[in-house]
Structure formats: C-alpha cells, structure tokens
Ligand binder design. Structure first.
Ligand SMILES: [Zn+2]
Length: 381
C-alpha cells in the first residue's frame, strides 16, 4: 500500500506513494484539516483545484455533531461532504483527553462528558473503530492516549501501556472496505519509551505509523527530538505521519528526518487572524505597511488569491471583517503548504532535495507568535 520510491542521499527524506481505496497519495504530503467535515473557509472544489490529495476528519467531533446516524444515512463522510478523494480520520483519542471532561479511564476506554452539552459518553478502541468504519475513511487511526508534554514519567509510561493495549484492540475490530489503519507512537520526550512503543506497534503490523504526542505544547527542539527518537524504529516500507505539524519550515525539517505525512490547522487558523504564510515566514497582512501595497500576498505564487487580488485590497477586507478576506488568505496559505510539499517531492525525484532543504531553511525566518501557535496546533484539530 506504501511504495518507497526513493530515499535522499544527503538527508533521510523519502519520496513515496501511498495507495488507498480512493486513490493514490504522493508523499511527502500535507493534509488539510477538516475537523467538522469542512476545511475551514474552503470548499472541496477549491481544495481540488489546489491539488489537495487527502484531507482529515475527526471522529470525536463528528460523532457528537452531526452524529453517526446522519453520516451513515448520507452514505459516509465522503458523500456527506462531497469529497471523493481520500480521507484520514483521527480516532478521537486526543480530543477525549484534551477537550472532554474525563470521568474515568477504564480498561477498554474512557468515560467522559461531551464538551458541548455535558452528555455522558464512552469512547475506546472498539467505539473509535466503529465510528471510523461508519465514516468510511480511507485511513483510520488507532485510539490512543496522548498525555500533555509535561506529564510526569509514570503518566507517560501508563499512556504508552494503554496505547499499546488499545492499538491491539483496534487492530481486531472490523473495518470499512479497503480501510487502512495506522498505529500511533506515544512516549513523550522519553526516547526509550518511544522506542518501546514503536517496537510493540510495529510487531502488530499496521498499514502505517504516526508519531503522536508532538505539537502538544512542547518547545520545537523537543518536538524534533521526539521525531528523531521515533522514526528510526519504524519500518522503511510503511508511511510515517507526524500528527498536528507544522509550520512550512518544520514540515521541511521533518521531511528531512524521514516523515511522509503532515496535517495542521495553521494555514486556515492564522488566516482568520490576518496572517499570511510565505516561503520566508509569516506576516500580519492587517498592518498599516500594506495599506497601499498593490503586489500579491506572495510574489510568484500561482494561487487564486495571488493571481486576482492585491495585499492592499485583502488588508482592507480583513480590517472591515469581510469574509472574502479570510477566505482568500485561507486559499493562499493552504495552497502554499500543499505547494511546498509538491516542491519537496519534485526535488526528491530530481535528487536535489538536499540543496532545496538547506536553502529553504536559510530563507525562512520563524516568528515566535507562529511557533507558539504551532506548538499547540493539535488542540484545535
Ligand atoms: Zn498565493
């Protein structure tokens, strides 16, 4: 299902092809996030036009609203939202532990109260897989426990033990036709724990492996270390997915560390605050400096927003709260994230990724505000 086409000679970057029930995904890939069955502010036609290959949906949120009966009656998540390319669904584990009011952790899942109306609910490996089967996603994720990055050592250990046990239960559940299941490696900042978790999951032979417990509030250096402590223990012939990451520079850094798949709310989330991403970093378009700037958001960008509108016009729309402003910024930002991964793939195919990587990182100026937003991007997925 995953073909490793080429490995870079200077870095650990990989060019690959993931075949799913609804089509082929070329990797490295960025997956726009459609938590509530919609990539915020974008319609599926726009995503299609910017060559989005696969998007995310979320088990926890979709199970609460609109509820499973509605998605089932619609014929699954693809039909419900009219997106016929691949969808990956998160298992809801992260949201149960971060959003919901937990009542009790049981051997086979978690008793919690809905963050919306306080209704008592239960989610565990069996339930998470059943929901993902009803959603009909092409890639389902196992139900895991993701503790905060600063959780004490014994909590990290318990989370890994539960994650391994629950992964095994997920593995045994029925799936929708052609549905793949990915395991999730936890272990926080503890390299030995990450290795232990990775080894146990690899033994279960999942279709792919995610690096979880990143983008949960930890500093960037710690996030890179967690990925570096995990990737070497994952099989070369399976896809690797870093959950909830990252900025353009972080994605390129992680591609160089052997990661194939990314998802992040950043492009659409920061767009709503008037922030634009470029290949050189991010900037706030609402600033007075752009009042009479009649250039595009980013010179050379071929997205719909840059081809048609100026910074001055979009700044005006943002400042008077016109919806078109944040829509166009979401178009540009999402297009850029997808484009950067397409460029990484092209350079990998040409054998020039090493130069592309060092030049990209040299030109990119990270901003503290964006890094802080990226640190907890998982919280909004
Ligand atoms: Zn653009």
């Amino acid at each position: 299902m995953f073909e490793l086409l080429k490995t870079d000679t200077q870095t650990q970057a990989r060019l690959g092809r993931l075949t799913t029930a609804r089509g082929v995904v070329d990797t490295p890939v960025f997956m726009p996030v459609g938590t509530q069955a919609s990539v915020k502010a974008l319609d599926p036609r726009e995503l299609d036009e910017m060559n989005a290959q696969i998007i995310l949906g979320n088990t926890y949120h979709l199970n609460l609203r609109p509820g499973l009966e509605i998605v089932r009656a619609a014929g699954g998540l693809h039909k419900f939202m009219n997106w016929n390319k691949p969808i990956l669904t998160d298992s809801g584990g992260y949201q149960v532990f971060s959003l919901a009011k937990i009542r009790k952790i049981k051997p086979h899942g978690v008793e919690f109260r809905s963050h919306i109306d306080g209704a008592p609910l239960f989610l565990g490996p069996k339930e998470a897989m059943e929901i993902q089967r009803a959603l009909g996603s092409d890639i389902a994720m196992v139900f895991d426990e993701c503790p905060p990055h600063d959780a004490p050592a014994h909590e990290q250990r318990h989370a890994v033990e539960r994650t391994i046990r629950w992964a095994r239960e997920c593995r045994e559940q029925p799936r929708s036709e052609g549905q793949q299941v990915f395991g999730i490696v936890q272990g926080g900042a503890n390299a030995a724990l990450r290795e232990e978790c990775a080894r146990a999951l690899v033994e279960m032979e999942f279709d792919g492996y995610a690096i979880g417990g990143v983008s949960v509030g930890e500093p960037q250096a710690e996030m890179f270390k967690a990925v570096e402590a995990t990737a070497p223990h994952l099989p070369a012939h399976k896809a690797r997915y870093a959950m909830g990451l990252g900025t353009p520079a972080q994605m390129i850094e992680l591609v160089a560390r052997g990661v194939d798949m990314f998802d992040c709310v950043l492009p659409t989330r920061v767009a709503r605050n008037g922030t634009a991403f470029t290949r050189r970093g991010a900037f706030g378009l609402k600033g007075a400096g752009y009042k009479a700037d009649f250039g595009p958001i980013e010179e050379g960008c071929d997205c719909f927003a840059c081809k048609r509108f100026t910074r001055a016009y979009l700044r005006h729309l943002l400042n008077v709260n016109e919806i078109l402003g944040l829509r166009m910024l979401s178009v540009h930002n999402t297009h850029l994230f997808l484009r950067i991964m397409a460029e990484a793939r092209a350079h990998l195919a040409d054998g020039t990724f090493g130069d592309f990587y060092s030049e990209f990182i040299r030109n990119y100026v990270p901003s503290k505000k964006i890094l802080d937003a990226a640190k907890a991007a998982n919280n909004e997925r």
